[in-house]
Design a protein around this ligand. Structure first.
Ligand SMILES: [Zn+2]
Length: 427
């Protein structure tokens, strides 16, 4: 005999007295079928800023199977397996950092990419879900980068491929024009569509244009943008900007006045040919790094209406503990300089996605990958430091409360997604 009343005869129907049924439900609540919750996660009550979809309002965001499934003013909590109350916080697409160095590899037993860092150590706690590596690898060692870091990180890693075959392995390989091969670079870019999103040129000390032109040629063949670092001391800025095509990216936009690559003249006015480049469609990334962001340039540029298209950090071992800190610190600098939070989020998300032609990222449209940041603006007395050691004082600082990558909580500063202790501790 069995205790199961329906076992052995599907046609027999047992009718329980109501009191017995209620007792059964009380004792075994999980045995009673309930309508399945259609969402895995619901962010409730936050202020959503999604510039691509023109959303700047209090909204609920529902997530299922790693995708955004609904955004509406009031989604009932009962429709989700888990609800997180994000009242008073900003809910944005996951931030995109366009300038990082995250190829930590080995070559012949020695560390390669000597100043690179593992992105997950830094990014997730700053609301960043996507980074672009700025040419730490070239066509020869990109497969190792892919294997070692890209395939193993929680952070989505994309890359600009260095025109130097071995990427940033220092002198002399970065100066070797013979190993700057446009065709091979374009070929490898073609093997990783959407992952390699551009070509990088930088760190070349010679005065001839050959490396620059080869990088440009690779970009043309592969139909991807060129990412230009200003470590090209012999090449004039005006000529660089003239050669660049609409959609190409110039980084380290606010380096010092004494640097001949500075975008401002000695009267701290944005140079006319820089305005022309902007009109032509060149995109200017911030590229803070350890020594490449100066308030003495950024503040006058800001007051003239010259703004970075993106807030690339130039993350590496020597910048992460300097005035740069992380991308939220850079965004906070602009918040305190007077940029609106909506404009900051636009540049840190959708505008960055457009720059790298990854319009599937940087937005919260229905069906988009559920990469999100939940941010808080803290108020108080704060200081923000530039590469020259100058401090901007401010009263607001952005912090990441939650970071969500493909629908999973990967950073939770204050346990918003965690269970309350009182629910688990037996008294
Ligand atoms: Zn860099």
């Amino acid at each position: 005999m069995t205790a199961n009343p329906t076992a052995g005869n599907a046609n027999r129907i047992y009718r329980f007295p109501t009191a017995t049924l209620l007792l059964f439900i009380f004792l075994f609540p999980r045995a009673v079928p309930v309508p399945a919750q259609e969402f895995e996660l619901l962010l409730k009550g936050g202020h959503v800023i999604d510039p691509k979809n023109h959303i700047d309002d209090r909204m609920d965001v529902a997530i299922a199977k790693g995708k955004i499934t609904a955004i509406a003013r009031d989604i009932p909590a009962g429709r989700a397996v888990k609800m997180i109350d994000v009242t008073g916080l900003y809910v944005t697409p996951g931030l995109i950092d366009l300038h990082t160095h995250v190829f930590v590899g080995t070559r012949d037993g020695f560390a390669d990419g000597f100043s690179s860092v593992s992105p997950d150590d830094i990014t997730l706690k700053a609301g960043i879900t996507t980074v672009v590596d700025a040419g730490t690898s070239g066509w020869r060692n990109f497969p190792e980068f892919k294997r070692n870091m890209i395939d193993r990180s929680t952070t989505r890693i994309l890359a600009f491929l260095n025109i130097a075959g071995l990427g940033m392995t220092g002198f002399p390989s970065e100066e070797d024009v013979n190993d700057m091969d446009a065709r091979m670079t374009a070929l490898v870019i073609g093997q990783y569509p959407g992952i390699i999103v551009g070509v990088k040129i930088g760190h070349y000390r010679g005065s001839e244009w050959t490396p620059f032109d080869r990088a440009l040629e690779a970009g043309k063949i592969a139909n991807v943008p060129l990412f230009v670092e200003c470590h090209l001391p012999q090449l004039p800025l005006e000529g660089i900007l003239e050669r660049m095509r609409p959609g190409d990216i110039y980084t380290h936009s606010f380096c010092t006045a004494v640097d001949r690559t500075c975008l401002l003249d000695d009267q701290f006015r944005v140079r006319p040919y820089v305005w022309d480049a902007l009109k032509k469609g060149i995109r200017f990334d911030l590229g803070h790094g350890g020594g490449m962001f100066h308030f003495s340039i950024a503040v006058p540029a800001f007051s003239q209406g010259f703004l970075p298209n993106s807030f690339g950090t130039d993350l590496h071992r020597f910048s992460m503990n300097s005035g740069m800190k992380n991308m939220l610190d850079i965004m906070s600098k602009y918040l305190n300089m007077g940029m609106t939070i909506e404009d900051i989020i636009f540049r840190a998300t959708w505008n960055s996605a457009v720059t790298i032609k990854r319009e599937d990222l940087g937005n919260l449209g229905e069906g988009a990958v559920a990469d999100l940041a939940v941010l808080r603006i803290r108020t108080g007395n704060f200081g923000f430091v530039d590469a020259a050691g100058y401090k901007l004082e401010g009263d607001r600082r952005l912090e990441a409360e939650l970071t969500i990558r493909e629908g999973k909580v990967v950073w939770d500063q204050n346990g918003l997604a965690a269970r309350a202790l009182k629910d688990t501790v037996k008294h």
